[in-house]
Design a protein around this ligand. Sequence first.
Ligand code: R5P
Length: 315
Amino acid sequence: MTTHNEMKIFTGNAHPELARRICNSVGVQLGDATVTQFADGESKVRINEDIRGRDIFIVQPTSQPANEYIMELLILVDAIRRASAARITAVMPFFGYARQDRKDRPRVPITAKLVANILVAAGVNRVLTMDLHAQQIQGFFDIPVDHLYARPVMLRYLRTKKNLEPLVVCSPDVGGLKMAEAYAQALGVGLATVAKRRKSDTEVDPIYLIGEVKDLNVFLVDDLTSTAGTLTSAARICKENGAREVFAGVSHSVLGELGFQRLRDSDLTELITTNSTPIKPPAGSKIEVLCIASLLGEGIKRIHHDESVSSLFET
Ligand code: R5P
């Protein structure tokens, strides 16, 4: 076991509460930095302690407003690199812009790759992230990327639920089948999928359902929910096909007013998500937020001690 120089964990303004919880789980104090804004809105960063030669982790999911939090992260990295840190790991439990990962029509950017490029150019040495929209995004970085899964946290919660069986796992779109398959295997249940057609950024049409859901409870699995169009239309088609209750497990929630409203009016019994983003469900919503601080804390400790991160997920 190699141990690097002392570890320090810093945070920007994206999710300081998660950063504090991670620090508690690791057993260290949150690093002392000031991350504010100048009068004109530019980010203002100052590291208020000596970090020369230290192993630095910066917790900053790039959730809404993504552009602001990406910029804050880059400026933090710059300040920390210039202060002679030995190594900088960007801890991005939610990696924003991940859905723009391919050129699926002419004259569009691959923004996920651009974000990877600028992080590396700023001085990030490693990335710790969770449930990327597509695993291939790891290849956008020419530095090590450790990829965690919310699955163990979700499964622990699901196993506390009574009367969940008979159960089937369902992907709300074909792109998410691999993720859903991992859940189905872990739960030892069958798998179904919805084929969806996206009409616009906020509207989707479920086209058909492949697999059996009749008289079964359904667990919809997805990496992300934003407008909740994907989830709620998948829940509807499951119900139309005779499903009993429909639950959803989604790693990251970047829900706005439209998403909360749709969930409230939907056929879903419950949405289970994580605090990879600073989600604050309105009172009375059907949303359960699970904490991933100890999962991330364990990932950080293992990176710091040069231990395997993937073995965290061996069953
Ligand atoms: C898409 O492929 C993703 O995995 C999600 O299904 C999608 O981004 C969710 O977006 P929304 O909640 O707006 O339908």
